[in-house]
Design a protein around this ligand. Structure first.
Ligand code: ZN
Length: 495
């Protein structure tokens, strides 16, 4: 007979296999599937998700968790994290999971059409149903302080609406004056990024860089999709996607650097945790910190481009041959309040996130109806960023999140990620005094190794809070982000 710990691991491996099979179907849907496959695909993924949920919530898993006496640290972590996931999962009926997955799949198709047609009314009833389902989910966890808490807990364990609100409040107070000061200055010119740049070279250039970063193409690949993402099928297969615009150089390049940051994290999780709930990144916020760090702290730095810009000029001599490094650096770091979150600069980006976060809290609290959402969106953009939203396509319909999953529980991770990226990068620099010299030479092994040792390898064995404590020596704080932004954009805008 199997030892109970082996029995538990076998069961968890089967759950993981079902989930990863579902992930392959999702990847295929985004990369290759013809639109005609949507209905069948929605059913297939719902079936797999339901089976995985049923298998995981089998009472035998609970009995095994009760029976096992851990003999090593790794076992103790496995039991702790699995227990947490199990206790949460058993509160949610399989019937609800299947209903929710089927709804999300149908809604996603409708959203794509309504976004194309700039027609919020077409997706409104689906979004109303989503709000209902999100509240129904929340009610499986009575005792919360704010209805967003159980949703936030799925992706950013340890955070609540109240802690995020407090942190965002501090950050907003620090950001708004910086945005205002920059707005008084001469805007940067980014026209050098808007020439014609043949797509194949853009892709090859981005892939050359992420290879140097340390992304392992023997355990990954890059494809093109409408919305870039990273997906893990196992430590031996962590894929990324990007999108390329012939007339905008920054799009593919920075999305590739971003997604590679997510993927290197997943590739770096210790293989010891494969097939268990430990075998993935810690939280969504920590994950985002790793993608933003490689995209921004490294990929938008002056030192990085001192090395790589001459190489980029060689790829595009007629477009960039006459454009100096300073001009290019200013272009890729242009600050300007805008409509689209994913295109936003490092200074205004977090304001986009705060708008969404407050709107979803209001919907969950019941103080904002879905019907009033487009108007509330426009008001917040005017008030916070001074931007007039011309239509819903570039307003309330722009982000996939509410149209693919719950209302609540996800957007906070982007700003938590930015905050922690600055904190973690500052710690990496303190611990590796020659880091910036290495980056100026186009070398990243020291940074990659440090991140592997301090973040990646641990997977979910360590909480976000403890990870930060261990590698940065303190809890989450906005100070490193604000000093990074002030030190970078102050000189760029003569502030
Ligand atoms: Zn990301």
């Amino acid at each position: 007979m199997n030892k109970p710990i082996d029995e538990l691991k076998n069961r968890l491996q089967e759950v993981d296999d079902l989930e990863k099979a579902g992930a392959v179907l999702n990847w295929d849907q985004a990369v290759f599937m013809p639109t005609g496959g949507a209905v069948g695909r929605g059913r297939q993924t719902a079936t797999l998700e339901r089976l995985a949920h049923e298998k995981f919530t089998d009472p035998v898993v609970g009995e095994l968790l009760d029976a096992i006496d851990p003999v090593a640290d790794a076992e103790a972590s496995l039991l702790k994290v699995t227990r947490r996931d199990y206790d949460r999962a058993v509160k949610v009926p399989s019937e609800f999971v299947a209903r929710q997955v089927a709804h999300n799949s149908a809604k996603y198709q409708v959203w794509e059409q309504s976004r194309r047609a700039n027609n919020f009314a077409a997706v409104q009833s689906y979004l109303e149903k989503t709000l209902e389902l999100s509240r129904e989910y929340v009610d499986f966890f009575p005792g919360y302080e704010h209805p967003a808490d159980p949703l936030i807990d799925i992706s950013d364990e340890g955070m609540t609406a109240a802690t995020v609100r407090r942190l965002f409040g501090e950050l907003r107070k620090a950001l708004v004056p910086l945005v205002a000061q920059i707005a008084e200055r001469e805007p940067s010119d980014d026209s050098c990024l808007r020439e014609n740049f043949p797509k194949a070279r853009q892709l090859a250039f981005g892939e050359m860089i992420i290879r140097k970063y340390g992304y392992d193409f023997d355990r990954g690949r890059q494809d093109k999709t409408a919305h870039p993402f990273m997906i893990r099928f196992g430590s031996g297969d962590c894929r990324i996607t990007t999108r390329v615009q012939e007339n905008y150089l920054a799009e593919a390049l920075f999305s590739t650097l971003h997604e590679a940051g997510h993927a290197m994290y997943e590739q770096g999780v210790s293989s010891e945790y494969e097939g268990t709930p430990l075998g993935q990144g810690a939280t969504s916020g920590i994950h985002e910190s790793q993608s933003r760090l490689w995209e921004n702290q490294v990929g938008r730095s002056f030192g990085f481009w001192k090395h790589y810009y001459p190489k980029l000029q060689k790829e595009y001599p007629s477009q960039l041959g006459g454009v100096g490094l300073d001009t290019f650096y200013r272009a890729i770091n242009k600050v300007q309040p805008s409509l689209i979150r994913t295109d936003a600069d490092e200074v205004t980006y977090n304001l986009h996130v705060m708008i969404r976060f407050e709107l979803e809290l209001a919907m969950l609290e019941g103080s904002l109806s879905v019907g009033d959402l487009p108007g509330a969106w426009r008001d917040r953009y005017k008030e916070t960023l001074g931007v007039t939203v011309p239509d819903d396509r570039d307003g309330v319909l722009q982000d996939v999140h509410w149209y693919y999953s719950n209302i609540g529980g996800m957007f906070q991770c982007y700003t938590l990620g930015n905050i922690m990226a600055a904190q973690i990068y500052a710690a990496a620099e303190t611990n590796n005094p020659t880091l910036s010299d290495q980056i100026e030479q186009g070398e990243f092994s020291r940074l990659h190794t440090w991140l592997k040792e301090n973040i990646y390898q641990h997977g979910r064995t360590i909480s976000a809070e403890r990870l930060l404590q261990q590698c940065c020596g303190g809890p989450i704080s906005i100070e490193p982000l604000m000093s990074y932004l002030n030190n970078k954009f102050g000189p760029l805008y003569n502030i």
